[in-house]
Design a protein around this ligand. Structure first.
Ligand SMILES: [Mg+2]
Length: 459
């Protein structure tokens, strides 16, 4: 009996020690490391990073208007939100990172072993994504946002306290700009991130605010100059900013997944437009639409295309989809069956920016492709580099052997056009023919081209 009691006492003592230990290093509400443990781990990570010369990001995060959740819905709901946020954050980061509760609605996150500044942007996206969806508490949707500041070892501090303090300062700076913002300590990074983040936020509303516009650039038959196809090019007109170039906002749309609704809008608008032109009696031109690999990976993509064709009444043969060479090469396993289904519908496929990935044409041979578009950089170098001239010659020859049509992109001068014609290039696109133009100018362009062609025929 005495032995049992001693044994029970020992267990009780161990349990108490464990509890004290837990309370010293962990947050009781969420089970996350507390600030003491966070600092310990950060110190360890710094001494490791001194040897490996990797970077560490320290994120100081604070929920926006959390007080109002507590005030309007009660502390119980508030606590539940804190728990849900903790879980989601912990799930988003690696085991080797540390997510900790600093106090109240403040969190500290440490991400170590960073190689480049690009990694820091990815982490920021990770935190933002945590708050994209509402949190469900007692079957009620609660939208929560957070502001955060990021300090990076070794740039913004070399010890734990300095890094945490600087991340905190950056967080306050983010808060001062409004909700759901973040801020970096380092100046040049700060600028770039702030701009991209602002754009990302505004991009969410771009479709519904009618800020996206399509421009059209013709693709003509090299021999005759007749317009064969119109490529739809999306532009974003953002009030107060002006025109935002696609190479600026498309990557942001891809990162956030917005490319799917934006891509669908582009497809639908372009198909509707070309159908209207055809109904007006224009020659049977195709419309060409650029498609992101994210869209192609989406299992609903083929159904979306079919639906758009049905809704707009456009014949599948009049539609051409452009995918970049890098998508075609790197993702060929994932997108091959989608491309085959699209071909089966009668839609044509082009490989855009060809040559930039140095993939061999024979590798593309197993893909259901109709056209390749030689990247503008080769055309630009046509008379500057013999190597590029030989490459263009080779690309045209080989494509035609494989039964593919060849388009030269970025033709800006008459000599380029004549040279490409001689090489037997099928189609031409570029400023020499026409800049991308708004839909309203397309009819004028057709009239103009018609006159030029008739004049040439008379000669
Ligand atoms: Mg294109």
């Amino acid at each position: 009996m005495i032995i049992t009691n001693i044994f029970a006492g020992t267990i009780e003592r161990i349990r108490q020690e464990q509890q004290i230990n837990f309370m010293a290093y962990y947050d009781t509400l969420t089970g996350l490391p507390n600030r003491t443990l966070f600092k310990d781990r950060l110190r360890q990570a710094i001494s490791l990073a001194e040897r490996t010369s990797k970077m560490i990001a320290v994120i100081f995060m604070d929920l926006d208007s959390f007080k109002s959740i507590n005030d309007t819905m009660g502390h119980e709901v508030g606590d539940e939100v804190i728990i849900k946020v903790s879980r989601k954050l912990s799930e988003s980061f690696r085991k080797s990172d540390t997510v900790s509760r600093f106090s109240g609605d403040e969190f500290l996150i440490m991400v170590n072993n960073l190689e480049s500044t690009e990694d820091i942007y990815k982490i920021a996206d990770k935190v933002i994504n945590t708050f994209r969806e509402p949190f469900i508490v007692h079957s009620q949707k609660i939208y929560v946002s957070a502001s955060f500041g990021v300090a990076v070892y070794p740039f913004d501090g070399k010890d734990a306290d300095t890094l945490i303090r600087n991340a905190d300062i950056a967080m306050y700076e983010a808060k001062s700009r409004g909700k759901s913002q973040y801020s970096l300590c380092t100046d040049d990074m700060k600028e770039e991130i702030v701009f991209k983040h602002e754009l990302s936020n505004k991009l969410y509303r771009a479709v519904e605010n009618n800020e996206l516009i399509l421009y059209y650039q013709p693709l003509v038959v090299a021999k005759t100059g007749e317009i064969r196809c119109m490529e739809a090019l999306v532009r974003w007109y953002l009030p107060d900013y002006g025109m935002i170039a696609p190479n600026m906002f498309i990557p942001l749309a891809e990162q956030s997944g917005l490319i799917v609704p934006i891509g669908e809008w582009v497809l639908k608008t372009a198909c509707k437009q070309v159908k209207a032109w055809l109904d007006m009696g224009l020659p049977p031109i195709q419309i060409s639409v650029n498609v992101s690999v994210i869209q192609l990976r989406n299992p609903d993509f083929v159904a979306t295309v079919e639906r758009v064709l049905k809704e707009t009444g456009l014949n599948a043969k009049q539609l051409n989809l452009e995918i970049t060479e890098s998508a075609a090469v790197k993702e060929s396993d994932n997108i091959l069956s989608t491309l085959k289904k699209l071909r089966k519908l009668g839609i044509e496929i082009s490989i855009d920016d060809f040559g930039t990935e140095y993939s061999s044409l024979s590798r593309l041979n197993h893909m259901p492709v109709n056209r390749i578009k030689i990247d503008r950089s080769f055309i630009n170098n046509l008379f500057k580099s013999e190597k590029d001239q030989a490459l263009v010659r080779g690309m045209i020859h080989l494509s035609q052997t494989l039964g593919l049509r060849v388009v030269a992109e970025g033709v800006e001068r008459k000599e380029q056009l004549e040279f490409l014609r001689k090489l037997g290039c099928d189609e031409i696109q570029g400023y020499y023919i026409s800049y991308p133009i708004p839909a309203d100018d397309v009819l004028k362009l057709f009239k103009h081209m018609d006159i030029v062609m008739r004049r040439q025929a008379r000669k």
